[in-house]
Write a protein that binds this ligand. Sequence first.
Ligand code: TYM
Length: 329
Amino acid sequence: MGKKIILSGIQSTGKLTLGNYLGAINNWVHMQEEYDCYYMIANLHTLTVRNDPEELRNNTLKILATYIAAGLDPEKNTLFIQSQVKEHAELGWILDCYTYMGELSRMTQFKDKAAKHADNINAGLFTYPALMAADILLYQADLVPVGEDQRQHLEITRDLAERFNKLYGKTFVVPEAYVRKESARIMGLQDPESKMSKSATNPNDVIFIEDEPEVIMKKFKKAVTDSENRIKFDPEKKPGVSNLMQIYSAITDKNMQEIEAEFEGKGYGDFKVAVANSVIDNLKPVQEKYKEILQNKDYLKEIYTKGAESARKLASKTLEDVKNKIGIL
Ligand code: TYM
């Protein structure tokens, strides 16, 4: 039997955060030996909000450079740009016609984004999950490694796959979400009740992968905690400290008991410095490699051109099957 297939992606809006790194990319790196992996840059999804065209182009390349710098080997993984495999847009439209308004209106990401961009609640923002389902189903992906916030989109993808298979016979693999517990939901450093997000209004709330070591240290030192001065995992009562423990755990692979024992009798000051240093040390080689790769535009072009070619092979096969089944000449 062949290897299981993985697909995942990141939107090319703004700078990547520690949430994207720990919730997604860092987990992908550990999967490249065991699985047949497809990782894309979801630049079509990015159009659901307004972008500066030049910035969108640059961000797309920056994310590709981050994938490689973080350790995704382009020889072992198919790294590609969503818009360069036209099958995504085409299957996206077809799946739009099998997705119900009621399902889409229940999506929390739609509700959140509609509230944030009240002046631009466009149709793409609403049908976004059908395009995401197309991304996944085109590759017959078995597993989709994502953070907790994407779980609902995975549910709708599964429902669509099952609906289609029931109508036309087995066409799609029904994929499963793979959400790693330690890094499922990295929260904001200033507001540990909300997820760390690219669009945070307070810059101290979010660590960007590109942040310099001094900036990372400063942001962690300012992180909101509580007045107990005791390192104990309790997300309900101690959301700030628990989030820092979660970050430390995702990076060091230590569990919560081990972390509690390590910082027994120590205060928040020491703990914050230790968390910051773990992040700084982990990101340092990634940042160095990232800067180097980003200079080499020809290399990046070679990777994404080869990636799209390889992705298209599988995507076109699935799309052809779908079109045959539904009667599209
Ligand atoms: P996006 O671009 O918002 O986020 C990319 C990945 O990062 C994860 N993530 C987090 N994980 C933990 N804690 C956080 N604070 C945090 N913030 C972000 C997300 O869960 C995600 O895994 N719709 C997707 C992009 C997409 C996609 C796909 C993903 C398009 N097509 C197909 C998987 C498969 C999105 O907006 O992710």
